[in-house]
Design a protein around this ligand. Structure first.
Ligand code: MRU
Length: 367
């Protein structure tokens, strides 16, 4: 994707040939700051603090974290240590474990002297794979938007509602849920996106709105609680969200609040689609509600808000009564029965074991 005419990916190797560059997503949309990561501890910090985030992207950045660790010590002990350490940074997105297992699989049997070059090559392949995968997700999601447009008056916008950020900044490029939206917009299809603000961290208000605005896609930010009302009044044609893990039976873990949108969509007959790359599938897990670990994050993400003051300063303020505790589950699980279908790089399918196996067989989620 382009920012002010310059093409970027969300992670890349610096021109020094070894250090790793990412955008500091905690500074967006207020400033575009690029971080330089030089060791695996910095990579772990960036993932934990969500300087880098989004299920596919944390996998790709962690892969480079393995390369950075091996650069200093290519031993098997270091390989095992860094895979375990980075794998523990965030629990819900399976892409993290997928990327680290792929790295371990590619490197474990090599001589230590061959590991550094191979690690950079494998991390680059993971990134290239993600870019092509996300582009293909867009191509398979596009007909859904075209079908809705065909039922409308000429020029009338297709209204998409999305939650959190599953755009290019959550992946290496293109995004998952937003990939069909970008492709539709680029083809001249009128599309408008309702952007859930996505409390507590505001990935919608801060990141999705920023991305869509930079690309010129019409959009409107709404409070998280507005979705049901918009659907009741016919203002949402389709919901498309990303995901952090999809189970064998098609249950979908995604940013907290996604489940409520799926309930509202079902009640109002609005199609609810989930976009995912193969790296988000976890066929080892069946019942998402019972089996997917849900990340609990810091209370401060709920009790405080950060924003820009009129004179341009960034300020964090408390928005909860002093002394009241807060809980912060970061994800929820939408049962497969509420999901209209899945949009993958291999096509669309039902959110079910039969649907997933029809596209992937048993190979999904394995490297
Ligand atoms: O906590 P985050 O911001 O990393 O959560 C991200 C989401 O929930 C996204 O919707 C999901 O990862 C899909 S990203 C393509």
């Amino acid at each position: 994707m382009k920012i002010d005419g310059i093409h970027y990916r969300s992670v890349w190797v610096d021109e020094d040939g070894w250090s790793v560059r990412i955008f500091d997503q905690t500074r967006l949309p207020w400033s575009l700051e690029i971080l330089r990561l030089t060791d695996e501890e910095q990579v772990a910090h960036a993932i934990r603090t969500m300087q880098t985030r989004g299920a596919p992207l944390i996998g790709a950045v962690a892969a480079y974290g393995v390369a950075l660790a091996l650069r200093r010590d290519p031993s098997t002990a270091t390989l095992e240590r860094v895979v375990a350490m980075l794998g523990a940074t965030r629990p819900t997105a399976i892409n993290l474990r997928w990327a680290l297992e792929r790295m371990r699989g590619a490197l474990h049997n090599l001589a230590p002297s061959d590991r550094v070059a191979a690690a950079y090559a494998e991390a680059a392949a993971i990134c290239d794979d993600d870019v092509e995968t996300c582009r293909a997700i867009g191509a398979h999601g596009l007909p859904l938007l075209q079908e809705i447009a065909a039922r409308k008056r000429p020029g009338e916008a297709v209204n998409v509602l999305t939650h959190c950020n599953a755009g290019w900044i959550a992946t290496v490029d293109y995004g998952t849920a937003l990939s069909p939206v970008y492709q539709a917009h680029d083809l001249g299809l009128p599309v408008h996106v309702w952007v859930d603000e996505t409390r507590p961290r505001n990935q919608g208000a801060a990141l999705t709105a920023w991305e869509l605005g930079r690309h010129g896609v019409p959009h409107t930010v709404v409070a998280d609680n507005a979705g049901g009302h918009l659907m009741q009044h016919g203002k949402v044609d389709i919901v498309i969200v990303g995901t952090d893990r999809v189970t064998r039976q098609g249950d979908v873990a995604n940013k907290i609040g996604t489940y409520l949108k799926a309930l509202a969509a079902r009640d109002n007959g609005v199609p609810f689609w989930v976009a995912l790359p193969h790296s988000t599938l976890d066929l080892r897990v069946r019942d998402g509600v019972a089996e997917i670990p849900i990340e609990e994050r810091a209370e401060a993400e709920v009790t405080e808000l950060t924003g820009r003051t009129a004179d341009g300063r960034l300020e964090t303020v408390r928005v909860v009564a002093e002394g009241s505790p807060a809980a912060n589950p970061a994800f929820d699980v939408t049962p497969a029965r509420l999901v209209t279908g899945l949009i993958t790089e291999r096509g669309r399918c039902e959110a079910s074991e039969a649907g997933l196996l029809s596209l992937y067989g048993e190979e999904a989620g394995r490297e």
